[in-house]
Design a protein around this ligand. Structure first.
Ligand SMILES: Cc1cc2nc3c(=O)[nH]c(=O)nc-3n(C[C@H](O)[C@H](O)[C@H](O)COP(=O)(O)OP(=O)(O)OC[C@H]3O[C@@H](n4cnc5c(N)ncnc54)[C@H](O)[C@@H]3O)c2cc1C
Ligand code: FES
Ligand code: FES
Length: 1352
């Protein structure tokens, strides 16, 4: 062994030196297992960088890492996920966090200013991540193009905004078309903010202006100029340190792990020889995941970043040789350069790899993940390995004893995540070769979401023809996702070699591939039939592409590709999105200081953009604080036989392990009915059921101890799916039912009767901030709870019950919540209960923030629904009778499931008058975690079912669905099934305006034309209305309180019962208070929501918070106004401050508490009469989509929304709610799929496997119009609720997809209604587009195998 290596192995720990926001940090004993995120948040207190997933999938933790590159003498700036970056990898790096670029106290950075002022920050939890992705992009390229902007955000998720306002704000940095970002007079952005020129030409701007409509939600001309020369400089000391320590090798040690950073290949080989079990870490995007989520322990980690051979790029005679540690981003840029400079025929391989890299993860991952890491991980769904195998990339392997050079072929991968590489060997490089004349290479990736998603099936096909001929000389077909390793279809290749490229070859290829590429019906990943179909479909695309290329090259005797098939050869390019938002401006006489109705920015937006906004886990650790970790069941239904905590209790850091018997109060909890245990007692009823908790000095120890606990179970029969619940008659009481009219007569009158069934999958809330609670015991019997709950009063009463103390001893405080969507109304209490229990028992502060996988496992989500319907209708399409039964999967406790069922049933007819109607909802008790409230509360599911029977009627009658919808729309004075007379119905106005704005008749004709000309790409269109009832079902919840203090300096502290979950509630309440007291908003502050300030508040939900709390605030202001009036009368020339002072000196109470109860709600279910809803919100959306019939991929071409929000309190916030809700609905109906094993184990527990919409999923054209002149006299200042109703409009995307699929089915003679379950995933779309390929891959007979995942 090299003596230097010996020294390295034997030496003590080195110092780790890096800079954070310009300040030097010297860490003497860095822990190799610590991530940068943990260090920033917990050691440096820089909490602006957020933890959203810990697996590189959400971008909330994005920071910029800069280094001085010695070879190029340049600075490199990279956006990186701090949650995966090992602290030890940062030697001599400069880290910039969101706090380092600007602050509200000093000056915002333009990036921070633009995202906040463009309304791109709602809950704000994702905002620092977006800010840092944008900042890093600008540091590398001060004038980026739209495509670069788009790429920069591939790795950032936002659950609130729908991305449009974020892009809109950042588009102002873009320089295409000479746009100056609004700085110059006459700039396109000032005239017509954010509107794409193409879209704009179609819109009648002048007319809108005449109608008092505006498109300006922000004014870019007010933005400070962006001057790239003013950026924070790279620390000069770091440049000299980098130069002086160029060739240093390093070692960092902790008791459990050693990190080596060798500086030569010899040292690396020595280390690998000595520690063959070690892991080589470059991006840590695999190793980091294994350690965090798969419980892997790696005592030795080796970083090869200083080993020249692994970091070099060499251009050889045969191709380009990349060192194994070269990042994917670098590979991409080197290949792009080669493609630009070399003849096209030589770069077929490079272009195929580039095609994969375009869709590989997000920018943050590509910036750090290495080519070698992807190869050596040997994932069967790796994107690059099929490309490398198909093109026989040359791999160079070294160990201390020698070198091996091999071509990647069928023998390289020896099993699941295994290769022929020996443990002591190192992959030094991979060479991608130049292609030859007559060679064609193409790559394909299919995934649930186009961007930042692991693949379902990937393929790279490589064919070489005999010179000037279409005869196949050589062919290599490589697939990922078709087995435990990347595979080559050798048999098929052999069968095709020597054949002419034509229909006969295609047929042989397909039947051979169908035989060769088989999968066991139970195989991991599921989707067996789809995956097999993809193999054929992708080959077919390749076949057509090559056929076309051969013809273009003039090769003789090549068949002509019919023009309508050519679409199958097109490669998808993300279009530049464009948008329009139109709202009515305030009346011309409105006082400038009166901000009601104006697009005021979210009051915390700037703080959110600078990272100053504090969320629950950002609170500094309290003295003596402990951390809590959950012990969860791994069985769906079982008796707990024994629990062995000996290992956990023996850990020095563990302070306590608590179980049900440690609860001083009641172990029964629940929001409506107390039917669930705080901690399981003897029996568990779902995977994720909390059995106990471990409390330790640190998070790592608590989690380690929890994992060490051994539990023995005796399994009991488990019910997982709705189907199983129906078979076992496992239901909660009561069955919710609603009926009106004469069903029998209705069906008799009908010319047609259709029956159908539809399954609507559940949905994970995926708020960016997971559930978190900090409980601090005070005095002997008081406790203070800081929680991310949407329902502080509910948390207060739950905690009081668990602890056996009165509610007046429990103060629940909520500053802001990083997204809730209903998921933190009741389920947040499962965390608060146990954290409070631990704090109460141990008399020490205790904290717990759930990891993303835990949160997804234990908290439940939107209820999956299954509906069976029968609908009767006339020849003209008039609906005469409907009978529908829904089954919802409630899980192992009631939670709010009966209320959800009620909302579902009362919205079953959506916006249509159905004279004879019956709806029932049966709530299934299963062994899944309890499902709960989720934006829309059951209505999205039933509205989808409703639109399904409407579209079935249209298919049956051969009419356009919009005709059937329009025919059946409600009108003024109609009665709902619960006999509420509809007043102030704006549905038809929304409908007409939407049809008009979307130019639907023109578009229908164009789509029909398009579909005639394209066999494999189809477009579809749907217009869908929504009618959404506004009120809490439980009468008593329709109340709110507010508390206003006026201080003697005139400043006002406002408190109300609602929580700020990103929806801008505090902003709206400040606007209301400002109008109420007649003072500027700058004088008013909302500090937090606390049960000690406002008691007995209702949950923030049901879209009611602005209505209820706003009215309470207004009433409070009226009380104070009355008290101040004498002083105003006495001193009319005075001002607010002088009146307040005068009143104070007169001993007038300047604090007031106001209250509001919603009037007129008196529905009686016994008589099915009275008023159920306060009023209704209406909206209509038209969406157009395009599907790839061969892969099932789709894109939304446009969505045009017309929404009635009454007189908007704040159009920027309301439009934000419309767009955010709409995109959440798009996720629900097209993308997000929770997968459970047949044993009830949730398989999708993070952003890696559960896909919410990303920035690439927004409609290419998005238009939002707030209906003008639609005051609503039932709510505050004539406004309307907006939080939930627009979500249902996303059904338009689902039915546009169904429309497109129906056209595809016509091509093979399939007409009439067909079942498409929700979400309309790529798999479902592809399989519904039946064709010759789907026929060759039939689904295995149900019952003959155990599927990997089941529909619950
Ligand atoms: C959010 C996210 C998205 C992702 N998206 C994709 C995707 O779209 N497509 C895809 O294919 N993958 C994806 N991945 C997987 C992963 O990013 C890639 O496999 C990546 O290339 C791994 O590189 P790394 O440098 O981070 O590996 P590391 O985690 O640093 O190392 C991975 C493994 O490779 C071994 N290794 C590394 N270098 C060598 C070497 N020179 N010699 C021997 N062994 C070596 C290590 O010992 C280790 O076992 C994703 C991962 C994440 C977290
Ligand atoms: S927390 Fe790092 S990417 Fe989600
Ligand atoms: S604002 Fe993006 S997640 Fe809430």
């Amino acid at each position: 062994m090299n003596t230097k290596t010996q020294v390295l192995i034997e030496s003590g720990s080195d110092e780790l030196i890096f800079f954070v926001n310009g300040k030097k940090v010297v860490e003497k004993n860095p822990d190799p297992e610590m991530t940068l995120l943990f260090y920033l948040r917990k050691k440096l207190g820089l909490t602006g960088t957020k933890l959203g997933c810990a697996e590189g999938g959400c971008g909330a933790c994005t920071v910029m890492i800069s280094r001085f590159h010695l070879d190029s003498q340049r600075l490199l700036h990279l956006a990186v996920n701090a949650c995966l970056a090992p602290l030890c990898s940062l030697h001599l790096a400069a880290i910039t966090t969101v706090e380092g670029i600007g602050s509200t106290a000093q000056k915002l950075h333009p990036v921070q200013e633009r995202i906040s002022h463009a309304h791109g920050s709602q809950c704000g939890f994702c905002t620092p991540g977006f800010v840092m992705s944008m900042y890093a992009l600008l540091r590398n390229n001060p004038a980026p193009h739209m495509e670069q902007l788009h790429q920069a955000f591939q790795g950032n998720l936002c659950r609130c905004t729908g991305y449009r306002p974020i892009l809109e704000g950042f588009k102002t940095f873009i320089q295409n078309g000479g746009c100056c970002g609004g700085r110059a007079n006459g700039c396109c952005m000032n005239q017509n903010q954010g509107v794409d020129q193409g879209l704009d030409q179609d819109l009648d701007l002048d007319l809108d202006r005449d109608l008092g409509l505006s498109r300006a939600l922000f004014d870019p001309s007010e933005f400070m100029p962006f001057d790239p020369t003013q950026e924070v400089i790279f620390p000069p000391e770091l440049i000299s340190l980098t130069r002086s320590r160029k060739s240093c090798s390093l070692v960092f040690r902790s008791p459990h792990c050693t990190w080596f950073q060798p500086n030569s290949l010899d040292q690396l080989l020595d280390l690998k020889w000595t520690h063959p079990e070690s892991r080589i870490v470059v991006g840590n995007t695999e190793v980091g995941i294994e350690v965090k989520f798969k419980n892997m322990v790696y005592p030795v980690l080796i970083s090869p970043t200083q080993v020249p051979e692994l970091n070099s790029v060499q251009h050889t005679e045969t191709g380009i040789k990349f060192g194994a540690a070269v990042s994917l981003d670098q590979v991409e840029s080197v290949l792009q350069d080669a493609v630009m400079s070399l003849p096209a025929w030589q770069t077929e391989v490079f272009r195929a790899v580039l095609e994969h890299l375009r869709w590989f993860a997000g920018k943050q991952i590509r910036n750090v993940a290495a080519l070698g890491g992807n190869i050596m991980t040997a994932s069967p769904i790796s994107d690059l390995n099929p490309a490398l195998m198909s093109t026989a990339a040359i791999l160079t392997l070294r160990d201390r004893e020698g070198i091996r050079v091999l071509q990647m072929d069928q023998d390289f991968f020896t099993g699941y995540r295994r290769t022929t590489v020996h443990p002591a060997e190192v992959l030094v490089s991979a060479e991608l070769t130049y292609s030859q004349q007559g060679q064609f290479v193409r790559s394909y990736k299919t995934s649930r979401r186009r961007e930042d998603d692991i693949s379902i099936v990937t393929a790279t096909f490589n064919v070489t023809f005999e010179p000037e001929s279409s005869r196949v000389q050589d062919l290599r077909l490589a697939f990922g996702g078709m087995g435990p390793t990347t595979v080559l279809a050798l048999k098929t290749s052999n069968a095709l070699r020597g054949r002419m490229w034509g229909e006969e070859l295609l047929q042989t290829a397909c039947s051979s591939l169908a035989d060769e590429m088989t999968l066991d019906p139970s195989c991991p990943g599921g989707m067996v039939s789809y995956r097999r179909t993809l193999v054929l479909s992708l080959f077919y695309k390749f076949y057509l592409t090559i056929l076309q290329s051969l013809r273009e090259q003039g090769v003789e005797q090549v068949e002509l590709v019919p023009s309508e098939w050519l679409c199958a050869t097109k490669v998808f390019h993300p279009p530049a999105p464009s948008s329009v938002q139109v709202y009515q401006t305030v009346p011309s006489g409105q006082d400038l200081e009166d901000v009601v109705g104006r697009p005021l920015m979210h009051v915390s937006a700037e703080k959110q953009a600078t990272g100053e906004a504090q969320y629950c886990d950002d609170l500094r650790p309290a003295d003596n604080e402990l951390y809590l970790s959950l012990i969860c069941s791994t069985r769906a239904h079982a008796k707990v036989l024994s629990i062995d905590c000996s290992k956990a209790r023996a850990m020095p850091s563990v302070v306590s392990v608590l179980f049900a018997e440690d609860i001083p109060g009641s172990n029964w909890t629940g929001p409506v009915v107390q039917d669930e245990n705080v901690l399981a007692q003897g029996e568990v009823t779902c995977v994720g059921h909390i059995i106990g908790v471990v409390v330790a000095e640190t998070q790592a120890d608590a989690q380690k101890a929890a994992k060490s606990i051994k539990i023995q179970y005796q399994d009991l029969p488990a019910i997982i799916t709705i189907q199983e619940a129906i078979e076992a008659q496992s239901f909660y009481e009561p069955i919710v039912a609603l009926q009106r009219g004469d069903l029998e007569a209705g069906f008799k009158q009908s010319d047609h009767i259709l029956e159908g069934e539809l399954h609507v999958g559940g949905q994970e809330h995926f708020y960016l901030e997971t559930n978190v609670t900090l409980a601090v015991p005070r005095d002997q019997d008081e406790i203070e709870i800081f929680s991310s709950t949407q329902s502080p009063s509910q948390t207060q009463s739950c905690v009081a019950r668990v602890l056996g103390i009165p509610s007046n001893r429990v103060d629940v405080r909520v500053k802001r919540v990083g997204g809730g969507f209903g998921g933190k109304v009741s389920r947040s209490n499962i965390v608060s209960n146990v954290v409070a229990l631990a704090a109460h028992r141990l008399r020490r502060p205790v904290r717990c923030m759930l990891d993303r996988d835990e949160d997804m496992l234990v908290t439940g989500g939107r209820h999956p629904f299954c509906a069976k319907y029968k609908v009767g209708f006339s020849e003209s399409g008039q609906v005469l009778a409907l009978d529908v039964t829904y089954y919802s999967n409630a899980g192992n406790s009631m939670d709010g499931s009966i209320l959800v069922a009620h909302e579902a049933v009362v919205h079953m007819e959506n916006s249509y008058l159905v004279p004879n109607i019956r709806g029932r909802c049966i709530v299934c008790r299963t062994h899944l975690p309890s499902n709960t409230a989720f934006r829309g509360f059951g209505t999205p599911q039933t509205m989808l079912v409703c639109e399904d029977w409407i579209s079935a009627i249209a298919l049956k009658l051969g009419r356009a669905p919009e005709q059937i919808r329009e025919l059946n729309l409600y009108s003024e004075g109609d009665r709902t099934p619960y006999n509420q007379v509809l007043e102030g119905v704006t549905l038809r106005r929304c409908w007409d305006e939407c049809l008009d704005r979307a130019k639907i008749h023109e578009r229908r004709a164009q789509i029909q034309d398009f579909n005639r000309q394209n066999r494999w790409i189809k477009q579809g269109l749907a217009v869908v209305p929504t009618k959404f009832g506004i009120a809490f079902k439980e009468l008593f919840l329709n109340q709110a309180g507010a508390l206003v203090h006026i201080y003697t300096d005139g400043s006002v502290l406002l408190a109300h019962g609602g929580t700020e979950i990103g929806q801008g509630l505090h902003t709206k309440m400040i606007q209301v208070c400002s109008r109420g007291l007649g003072i500027p908003v700058t004088k008013i502050h909302v500090c937090e929501t606390s049960t000690h300030s406002v008691a007995n508040s209702s949950p923030t939900g049901a879209s009611m918070s602005s209505d209820l709390n706003g009215a309470a605030v207004r009433n409070t202001c009226e009380i104070l106004n009355q008290r101040l009036q004498p002083y105003k009368d006495r001193d009319p020339q005075g001002n607010w401050e002088s009146w307040v002072k005068a009143a104070y000196f007169d001993r007038v109470n300047l604090s007031a508490n106001g209250f509001y109860r919603a009037p007129e709600l008196d529905y009686d279910s016994k008589t099915n009469s009275g008023r159920m809803f306060h009023y209704f919100a209406y909206g209509v959306c038209c969406s157009e989509v395009e599907i790839d019939c061969l892969t099932g991929a789709h894109k939304t071409l446009s969505s045009t929304i017309v929404m009635d929000v009454g007189n908007s309190l704040n159009p920027a916030i309301d439009i934000g709610q419309v767009e955010g809700a709409f995109m959440q609905g798009v996720g629900l109906f097209t993308l997000e799929q929770l997968l459970y094993s047949p044993d009830g184990v949730l398989l999708t527990r993070g952003p890696g496997t559960y896909k919410i919409p990303g920035v690439g999923d927004i409609p290419t054209q998005l238009q939002v119009y707030l209906l003008r002149d639609a005051p609503n006299d039932k709510a505050l200042y004539c406004s309307k609720a907006v939080g939930e109703p627009p979500l249902c409009l996303a059904t338009s995307v689902f039915f546009a997809l169904k429309d497109a699929i129906a056209t595809s089915r016509l091509e093979v003679g399939l007409s009439g209604p067909f079942q498409l379950d929700s979400p309309a995933t790529a798999e479902r779309i592809r399989m519904a587009c039946a064709d010759r390929f789907t026929k060759m891959c039939p689904v295995a007979e149900p019952g003959t195998y155990k599927p990997w995942a089941v529909v619950v």
